[in-house]
Design a protein around this ligand. Structure first.
Ligand SMILES: O=C1C[C@@](O)(C(=O)O)C[C@@H](O)[C@@H]1O
Length: 264
């Protein structure tokens, strides 16, 4: 088995296959208005990125369903057909910009899933269980895969806890599992990579994992070896500490992929 085949399942989002080959590069869009989102989306370096993430928690008119739909539609029409959109509302408690009441969070993700304009939705695993079940079921009924996520901006939990969360996400219906943690030491980065490898060796779902901040940068380029299928890269402002520029990620991932695929 080559290193690119560690994940036992792949997920297809438009022209992008998660879980095989080099990690895919996802650029977060963090503008506050539809005009700015459309302008940013149309100027993206499509030779460098694979997907975009619409970070809707940055959007000013989050409470207005029509405004959200308009933003989605303008981003979609600015992108080439093959480029998928991941729709993410990141809550304040998980490192995002704002909080929503659970009912509003559920309605927002349902709106995105039903819009036909997004290719996957992020769902935070620590959403109250009954709402979480409904959100996942609704997305699946609409044919939209779920990227389930967990973030720890203060510390890196023990390896068993990281693996446990990823397995729990899989049980909860995630199509792709995800965890981002903050290292306090180089050993914490090793812990995240160790947990990623352990999960991916037996998993039925592709995983996205990262160790954040300057200490964790290696985890953002090493996914092909340890089992992370996607890495977030910035065009302009970063949306999380330690994120590399998407163009630099492209170079690093290509170099590592070529070396990992060679016989020597
Ligand atoms: O969850 C993640 C990962 C991330 O926090 C990062 O560390 O690159 C960036 C976010 O935009 C994304 O939703």
């Amino acid at each position: 088995m080559s290193m690119g085949e560690m994940a036992t399942a792949t997920v297809q989002l438009r022209g992008v296959t998660l879980g095989e080959g080099a990690p895919k590069i996802c650029v977060p869009l963090i503008d506050a208005t539809a005009d700015a989102l459309a302008a940013t989306a149309s100027a993206l370096p499509f030779d460098v990125l694979d997907l975009v993430e619409l970070r809707i928690d940055f959007f000013d008119e989050i409470g207005d369903a029509d405004a959200v739909t308009d933003a989605l539609s303008r981003v979609r029409s600015a992108l080439p057909d093959g480029v998928p959109v991941l729709f993410t509302f990141r809550s304040l408690r998980e490192g995002g910009q704002r909080e929503l009441a659970t009912g509003d969070y559920e309605a927002l993700i349902a709106l995105a899933a039903d819009s036909g304009l997004v290719d996957a939705v992020d769902v935070e695993m620590f959403t109250p269980a009954d709402a979480l079940g409904r959100i996942v079921a609704h997305a699946h009924d609409a044919g939209v895969p779920v990227v389930m996520s967990s973030h720890d901006f203060d510390a890196t939990p023990p390896r068993e806890e990281i693996v446990g969360r990823l397995r729990r996400q899989q049980e909860l219906g995630a199509d792709v599992v995800k965890i981002a943690v903050m290292p306090r030491s180089p050993r914490d980065v090793v812990t995240l990579l160790d947990a990623t490898e352990e999960f991916t060796a037996t998993a039925a779902r592709p995983a996205i994992t990262m160790s954040m901040g300057p200490l964790g940068v290696a985890s953002r380029v090493a996914g092909e070896v340890f089992g992370s299928c996607l890495t977030f890269g910035a065009v302009g402002t970063v949306s999380a500490p330690g994120q590399l520029a998407a163009a630099d990620l492209r170079v690093a991932l290509d170099v590592l992929h070529a070396a990992a695929s060679s016989d020597g």
